[in-house]
Design a protein around this ligand. Structure first.
Ligand SMILES: Nc1ncnc2c1ncn2[C@@H]1O[C@H](COP(=O)(O)OP(=O)(O)O)[C@@H](O)[C@H]1O
Ligand SMILES: [Mg+2]
Length: 370
């Protein structure tokens, strides 16, 4: 199986603008969406160079061409910004290596899309923060990403996943799933359904502000998990943001919020023992400090004040999506046990409640680093 995969990867690699002799192929990283490989090339007597080759996930990203256009435009823009600032654009942003036909992707005979990136040297990513400092670095990098793209015309990017953070629309879809009750599961999860219904105002909160043009639409990353940043192997400082598949127009609060949701939970996302689930204020503080050091000067006062709301609403939205999927028969998220999605929903709702309890502290922390 492994040999067959390697053979396939070797054949695919021949279609990219790569030089030298391919000497090694391995799977790479801990991503859950794309299939990622590392390839090592020997270029004569000059030494060895690594590159990243990825098979894109067509199920999650149905519009690969638009998606790659977004990535090309954003990474070209970042390259120039980093170069002008005296940084190292080959380490501080992803760089796409084109296919031989000039496109930023290659389509294989099965219709799968592949792409190649330069390898970010001497850095690695982590699934969970090993210290508050790791989480600070994550905040700083995602903040800096936001800042560097603050003068990029967000409206020119494709919305590659429609209504991704339209929580109001997701709320409507949730209510429909309750009404339809296709699995007959509604009766057993009344408390959880009630939890969502009581928070309709939260579900509509950001969309109403967008409608009233009270907060700006920006370029956002939309998958601000810790393992989508790289930390330097020696200094452990942030090097760059990776995984740009979901770069789209959005709100600063979404990126901030999803980092807190995914990284500041004291338990795993599917932990069943809800006593273990809470929002770690030490991590919240570290991330907030880093994020505002990265982009505080570029955000409006209102945007900054709304960061805690971002954390709460991203967590609420995620819990509501898990519960919706549970009601619909686990059709979207991969599950490995019967009530997996229900456990995940309960976990996120516990995190929302904990944030509601810690609301004043969260606001004080944001005010402190403003
Ligand atoms: N250009 C790169 N250089 C070095 N490592 C990378 C690069 N791109 C991705 N990675 C590593 O591979 C992992 C998975 O890649 P990612 O693009 O995040 O895929 P997924 O969408 O599956 O999460 C990342 O967490 C990172 O550790
Ligand atoms: Mg990733």
């Amino acid at each position: 199986m492994r040999e067959a995969t390697n053979k396939k990867v070797i054949a695919i690699a021949k279609n990219f603008e790569l030089q030298g002799d391919l000497v090694q192929v391995n799977r790479w990283g801990n991503g859950h969406i794309n299939d990622t490989f590392i390839l090592i090339y020997q270029i004569g007597k000059m030494g060895r160079i690594k590159i990243i080759l990825q098979k894109m996930n067509k199920n999650v990203f149905p519009k690969p061409v638009e998606l790659m256009e977004n990535i090309m435009n954003v990474t070209d823009f970042l390259y120039k910004k980093i170069e002008d600032a005296g940084g190292d654009p080959l380490r501080e942003t992803l760089n796409v290596i084109p296919a031989k036909n000039g496109e930023p992707y290659y389509i294989d005979e099965e219709g799968e899309y592949w792409r190649a990136y330069t390898y970010i040297t001497d850095a690695r990513s982590f699934d969970t923060p090993e210290s508050a400092s790791d989480f600070y670095e994550s905040g700083y990098l995602f903040g800096k990403f936001q800042s560097m793209l603050s003068d990029y015309p967000a409206e020119t990017l494709y919305e590659t996943i429609e209504k991704f953070h339209d929580t109001r629309d997701r709320f409507a879809r949730f209510k429909k799933a309750v009404e339809e009750d296709v699995m007959g599961r509604v009766a057993e999860v009344q408390d959880e359904i009630q939890f969502v219904l009581e928070r309709e105002a939260d579900a509509c909160f950001f969309m109403e502000l967008i409608d009233k043009k009270e907060i700006p639409i920006r370029v956002t990353h939309n998958d601000t998990k810790l393992n989508n940043i790289m930390l330097d192997n020696i200094t452990r400082k942030g090097v760059c943001v990776v995984d740009l598949d979901t770069v789209m127009p959005g709100l600063a609060a979404y990126d901030f919020g999803d980092s807190i949701r995914s990284g500041a939970n004291t338990a795993a996302e599917d932990e069943k023992n809800l006593k273990k689930v809470s929002c770690d204020m030490k991590l919240f503080k570290a991330y907030t400090k880093g994020f505002l050091a990265g982009c505080g000067a570029d955000l409006t006062e209102k945007e900054i004040d709304l960061l805690p709301m971002g954390a709460k609403i991203m967590t609420f939205e995620c819990g509501m999506r898990f519960l919706t999927d549970y009601l619909q028969g686990d059709v979207y998220f991969k599950t490995s046990r019967l009530e997996h999605n229900l456990d995940r929903a309960r976990n996120q709702f516990k995190l929302v409640s904990d944030m509601e309890d810690k609301w004043e502290t969260m606001q004080e922390i944001v005010a402190k680093y403003k």
